[in-house]
Design a protein around this ligand. Structure first.
Ligand SMILES: C[S@@+](CC[C@H](N)C(=O)[O-])C[C@H]1O[C@@H](n2cnc3c(N)ncnc32)[C@H](O)[C@@H]1O
Length: 279
């Protein structure tokens, strides 16, 4: 793998994704050592592996719709992108059409059709949220955007760069159990809440608990002893400082939208925890 270049132009994600790291790419990529394979157990928009420059990537996420979409786009490319384009019409940018297509998505079993609707919902739904009810139904309201654009260029870039990538839908513990000496792990779990009331349950209708966060830190500690470096992103809180106490920590702040209407932005403390391989 060639060393990352901080000033290069990065590939943009084609999905809107809560917690997406596009703007933090220079920091993250510079924090990743070279390795024979990159493993990302929390893929999200995929923007990190797309830009990190590893030849071999194992990319996982617990959201089955997300992983099915990546697999369909990887295998079907142009045919899939052309189909997605047909959903981006002025008629489909109406409230009634949105709710009809949302219902169609929730009833759809075919991965090709369901994945196309997933892209449509991501661009037409409120604030780009991908949120599910406890029963698993996608439940984001209509976004009322003037003219949502089909992310065809972004999908082409993804298709082009994801050729040598393996996508799996599973829990992060299972993905990390696949890691072998010499691989590099970048882990971007759902953020630890900044306050007790700020829990975000959007990705799959389930909370990512403090026990999950602590499990991830324990996995990273154990993997370091087996020659595997893990870099973890999270909020900077007393809890994360505690669970990442064995790691080398880098602190920084980012300006982030706090409320949904986009007016309320504030500085939020984040960190990168590097559990370096113990050779
Ligand atoms: C902060 S996002 C990752 C963002 C990504 N790095 C990006 O730049 O777009 C966290 C991801 O973790 C996934 N996730 C939540 N719980 C999980 C679990 N138990 N195992 C694996 N993935 C999980 C969510 O579906 C979500 O895509």
């Amino acid at each position: 793998m060639s060393p990352p270049i901080a000033s290069k132009t990065f590939i943009r994600p084609f999905l809107k994704w809560a917690g997406g790291k596009y703007r933090l790419l220079p920091r993250i990529i510079n924090g990743l050592p070279p390795g024979k394979r990159l493993i990302e157990p929390f893929a999200g928009s995929g923007v990190v592996f797309l830009n990190a420059g590893f030849k071999d990537n194992l990319i996982a996420d617990a959201n089955p719709d997300l992983i099915a979409l990546y697999q369909v786009l990887q295998q079907q490319g142009e045919r899939f992108i052309e189909h997605v384009k047909t959903l981006f019409t002025p008629e489909n940018n109406e409230r009634e059409a949105y709710y009809r297509l949302r219902e169609a998505f929730n009833a759809e079993q075919d991965p090709f059709q369901r994945s196309a609707l997933f892209v449509y919902l991501n661009r037409h739904g409120y604030n780009g949220l991908m949120r599910y009810s406890a029963k698993g139904g996608f439940n984001v309201p209509f976004g009322r955007y003037k003219r949502p654009l089909c992310p065809a260029d972004g999908m082409h870039a993804f298709h082009h760069h994801a050729r040598q990538t393996k996508f799996i839908c599973e829990d992060f513990r299972k993905t990390l159990s696949r890691a072998r000496r010499g691989v590099v792990v970048y882990a971007d779990p759902p953020y630890v809440p900044l306050s007790e009331t700020a829990y975000f349950t959007g990705y799959n209708g389930k909370n990512f608990s403090n026990e999950d966060q602590a499990d991830l830190a324990c996995c990273a500690e154990r993997m370091a002893k087996r020659g595997i470096t893990t870099l973890i992103s999270n909020h900077d809180t007393p809890f994360t400082r505690k669970i990442y106490r064995e790691a080398e920590l880098t602190y920084f702040s980012v300006r982030r939208q706090i409320s949904c209407d986009g007016r309320n932005r504030k500085e939020v403390g984040e960190l990168l925890a590097c559990f370096a391989a113990d050779y």
